[in-house]
Ligand binder design. Structure first.
Ligand SMILES: Cc1cc2nc3c(=O)[nH]c(=O)nc-3n(C[C@H](O)[C@H](O)[C@H](O)COP(=O)(O)OP(=O)(O)OC[C@H]3O[C@@H](n4cnc5c(N)ncnc54)[C@H](O)[C@@H]3O)c2cc1C
Length: 486
């Protein structure tokens, strides 16, 4: 754990793709504190498999085609301004990744092996086998370590944040130690909210802390109920984190089968297994209602085993560890929470409505995705808008006063831990009432119960620990998601 000072020009909460990329684009004259709740490699960025979309030196493609595919996926509700920025600035950020040493796969001619994913009309996904996010994060973290003005502090949790006359004060927890740091600018890059659900592809850090901090600071939270559910997560009934089985497996010809081992997609969509994510997730839930069973299978055993192993080495090995040989037997799958389209509402420079408060990456709502994200656009969004936040801060920071004021957080002296079971109940409420097909009959009841749980959390002080901090964040996100449905 790094030794921290009391004052920094910029505090970045989150060291995934968005947080690291912001740090790399801030001027070297600014002192920057970059925080991750656990080790920096435990985040959604490290889990991204497919790749990063973008038009860069692609003769048969152009940014208008990329924008159009994004609009179709987003049901034409995308923000035109931020979408234009996303597709036109993609090239410079992908090029920058390569300059940082990030390795994307190449074909036999030496050109980048751009791949195709559902919803894209051209091959425009830059990838590193089937573990692109880990490779991007490796490259970014290596660059961050070279910057003398950036302090990376892992296992450091921001529990509370407060606006001051000179910027913000943040309360930090490192193990059981609490401290306060002050900053002129605060960037929230805390990732998704998957852990508000029982079953998610997201990493353990994804409890929506940044969204809760922004909400408490008075920022606008928008479209939090726009949640993407992935149809083919490995159905490991014993674990909360569901390993994602990429869409590309269906792209290579895998079938979906119900509890009777029958193919069923023909009942729901002419595109069969190749229908978009949300359509396939809906079809699985409808089929489950029809058969009364939640058992579903992904079957690629009719394809050449050698080709399947070569194309999906990561997926193949992970499934083998779970006792399934993808090439020899069908694999159990079920939809689960995957991605958040909504979040902390920001403008094209990642600014919130609170002076000097910025948000980028999955916790932010730039509006680029509209109501449904196109595959491989989220790493791109994280890079483009975190860089723009840094560029904006660089302009404003020229006139900074060197003064810092420390805010006083109300002391928490409680020793009693938050009651057991609140987080489990929150996850169950969301899973049962706001999953692929919202439970309109009971959603109001769920909202009222979440409101009671929020009051229970707020009614008195509880021991300040990670469980308490995350429960507050999960409850706030659950409340905001359900509130939008009333
Ligand atoms: C399985 C999976 C596959 C995916 N595949 C793709 C893909 O192929 N292409 C694509 O474009 N997108 C993909 N995505 C989505 C994409 O990975 C994420 O949207 C993106 O990486 C989010 O980056 P981020 O920097 O916003 O958040 P993250 O990478 O999740 O980083 C969040 C950071 O915030 C920190 N943090 C959180 N709370 C606190 C706190 N209270 N105090 C301090 N630090 C905190 C965490 O420790 C972490 O460092 C995938 C996601 C998953 C889960």
């Amino acid at each position: 754990m790094a030794t921290l000072e009391s004052n920094y020009d910029v505090v970045i909460v989150g060291a995934g793709a968005a947080g690291c990329y912001a740090a790399l684009h801030l001027p070297p004259t600014l002192r920057v504190l970059l925080l991750s709740k656990q080790e920096a490699t435990l985040c959604n960025s490290a889990l991204a498999q497919g790749g990063i979309a973008g038009v860069w030196n692609s003769p048969n493609d152009n940014t208008e085609l990329h924008a159009n595919d994004t609009r179709i996926a987003g049901a034409f509700t995308n923000n035109p301004k931020t979408l234009h920025i996303l597709v036109t600035e993609a090239a410079r950020d992908i090029e920058q990744l390569v300059a940082y040493g990030v390795e994307f796969d190449k074909d036999e001619t030496g050109d980048y092996d751009r791949t195709l994913e559902g919803g894209h009309c051209r091959r425009r996904i830059f990838h590193h086998r089937d573990s692109t996010g880990a490779e991007i994060l490796r490259g970014l973290l290596a660059q961050v370590q070279l910057l003398p003005n950036v302090t990376l502090s892992e296992h450091t949790v921001v529990s509370r944040a407060m606006k001051t006359e000179t910027g913000f004060s943040c309360e930090l927890m490192q193990g059981v130690e609490c401290s306060v740091v002050n900053c002129h600018f605060l960037i929230l890059a805390t990732g998704g909210i998957g852990r508000v659900y029982e079953h998610t592809t997201n990493s353990a850090i994804a409890t929506g802390d940044g969204i809760r901090l922004a909400y408490e600071l008075g920022a606008r939270i928008k479209n939090l109920s726009l949640i993407q559910f992935h149809p083919t997560a490995f159905n490991n009934k014993h674990s909360r984190e569901c390993f994602l089985i990429s869409e590309a497996v269906r792209g290579e010809g895998a079938y979906l089968r119900n509890c009777h081992m029958e193919r069923f997609m023909h009942r729901y969509d002419d595109r069969l297994e190749l229908a978009p994510r949300d359509v396939v997730s809906h079809a699985i839930i409808r089929e489950s209602q029809r058969t009364g069973s939640k058992d579903f299978w992904l079957d690629i055993t009719h394809k050449d085993p050698e080709e399947v192993r070569n194309r999906f080495p990561n997926i193949y090995t992970k499934l083998l560890k779970q006792g399934y040989d993808l090439t020899k037997e069908p694999v159990p799958i079920y939809p689960c929470q995957h991605y958040l389209m909504g979040g902390i509402h920001v403008n094209a420079n990642a600014q919130t409505r609170i002076d000097r408060l910025y948000a980028c990456g999955e916790c932010a709502h730039t509006g680029v995705h509209g109501s449904n994200r196109l595959a491989s656009n989220s790493l791109l969004e994280a890079l483009v808008f975190s860089r723009r936040a840094a560029e904006e801060i660089a302009k404003i920071a020229e006139d900074l006063s060197p003064k810092f004021i420390e805010g006083q957080f109300p002391p928490i002296t409680a020793t009693e831990p938050i009651p057991h079971g609140i987080r489990t109940e929150l996850r169950k409420l969301l899973q049962e009432n706001y999953f692929v097909i919202p439970n309109t009959e009971h959603i109001h009841e769920a909202y009222e119960r979440v409101t009671e749980l929020i009051q229970l959390i707020a009614c008195e002080d509880w021991l300040m620990n990670l469980d308490y901090i995350e429960a507050k964040s999960q409850a706030t996100c659950a409340y905001l998601i359900l509130e939008e449905q009333l």
